[in-house]
Design a protein around this ligand. Structure first.
Ligand code: PCA
Length: 216
C-alpha cells in the first residue's frame, strides 16, 4: 500500500479552527484508488517548527504523494498552487510570535519551485465534479508558502516522493459568519474535493494542457 501524506495547519490569526486541518483529519486513513492510503499530520502555523514537523512526517511515512493544505480566507474556490517562492514576508505574527520580513525560506536555495502535482488535471477534475477550482499563481509569503517551498526543497532529495504540492482552501461557513461577505465552502464539499484532487494525482502522471492562467 502506497501512502499519501495530507497535512493541515493549526488555527491562526485569531480563528478558532482551520479548515485545512479539519479536512485532513476528516480524511485520515481513507483509501484512494485502492492502493493508496491517506496518512495525516497537523502542522503548527509557525515558521520555525512547521518544516521540522513536516520533515519528521515525511521520514516516518515515506509517502509517494504529499499534499499540504492551508486556509486562504477570502478566496472563493479550491485553489491549486502552481509555484512556491523562496521568501518569507509575514503580514501578521505566526503562532510563536515570529514576524520574518524578506528572509529566504532556504538560504541559497533557488528562487522558486513548481508544484510537481498535475495542477491543471486537478483543477479540471474538481470542475468536472462540480466544485469551483482554479490555479493560483502565488501561495503568498506567509507560513503556507514557507511550507510549500520547504516541501519542494526536501522532496528533491526524497526518491519515494513522486508528486508534492499545495492547495489553498476557503473558509468554513462558520468562519465566514464572522467576516460578512467572505466566501466559504462546506467541510463535506472540501473533503470530497480533496479526494477528487488526490484521485487526479494518481491518474495523471503527466499534467494536462489546459488554460488556467491569470493576469495576476
Ligand atoms: N494559512 C496560512 C498559514 C496557515 C494557513 O492555514 C497561509 O496561507 O500562509
Amino acid at each position: 500500500m502506497k501512502r499519501i501524506l495530507l497535512t493541515g495547519f493549526d488555527p491562526f490569526g485569531g480563528e478558532l479552527s482551520n479548515p485545512s486541518w479539519e479536512v485532513a483529519r476528516g480524511l485520515d486513513a481513507r483509501l484512494v484508488d485502492d492502493d493508496h492510503q491517506i496518512v495525516v499530520a497537523q502542522l503548527p502555523c509557525e515558521f520555525a517548527s512547521s518544516l521540522q514537523i513536516l520533515e519528521a512526517a515525511l521520514r516516518q511515512y515515506q509517502p509517494s504523494i504529499v499534499l499540504c493544505l492551508g486556509q486562504a480566507g477570502g478566496r472563493v474556490d479550491i485553489s491549486v498552487e502552481r509555484i512556491a517562492i523562496n521568501i518569507n514576508d509575514a503580514r501578521i505574527p505566526d503562532n510563536a510570535g515570529a514576524l520574518p520580513v524578506d528572509v529566504p525560506v532556504v538560504a541559497g536555495g533557488p528562487a522558486a519551485y513548481f508544484s510537481s502535482l498535475p495542477v491543471k488535471a486537478i483543477m479540471h477534475a474538481l470542475r468536472q465534479a462540480g466544485i469551483p477550482a482554479s490555479i493560483s499563481q502565488t501561495a503568498g509569503t506567509y507560513v503556507c508558502n514557507h511550507v510549500f517551498y520547504g516541501l519542494m526543497h526536501m522532496a528533491q532529495k526524497m526518491d519515494h516522493i513522486r508528486q508534492a504540492g499545495f492547495i489553498h482552501i476557503p473558509y468554513l461557513p462558520a468562519q465566514a459568519m464572522a467576516s460578512p461577505g467572505a466566501a466559504s465552502m462546506s467541510l463535506e464539499v472540501m473533503k470530497s474535493g480533496i479526494l477528487t484532487a488526490l484521485e487526479a494525482c494518481i491518474l495523471n502522471t503527466q499534467d494536462l494542457r489546459l488554460g488556467g492562467g491569470a493576469n495576476h
